[in-house]
Design a protein around this ligand. Structure first.
Ligand SMILES: [Zn+2]
Length: 63
């Protein structure tokens, strides 16, 4: 990710993860807090889509 995003629950940096869907075999990406149960995005097709999702949830940094 181009910029750091932080978990709204604990303030730790979100980690970008590459995830494979076992059912479809497709690979996607999401950002998630290392703490289970905290913030995570849905799985997106690209890293850019994850970024857009974060901007929508937290607000664009230059908005
Ligand atoms: Zn957290």
């Amino acid at each position: 990710m181009d910029q750091p995003w932080f978990c709204p629950h604990c303030g730790r940096p979100l980690e970008a993860r590459r995830v494979a869907d076992n059912a479809t075999g497709r690979v996607g990406f999401r950002a998630e807090c290392p703490h289970p149960g905290h913030y995570r995005t849905v799985v997106c097709a690209t890293r850019a889509a994850v970024e857009r999702r974060l901007e929508r949830d937290f607000g664009a940094p230059d908005a």
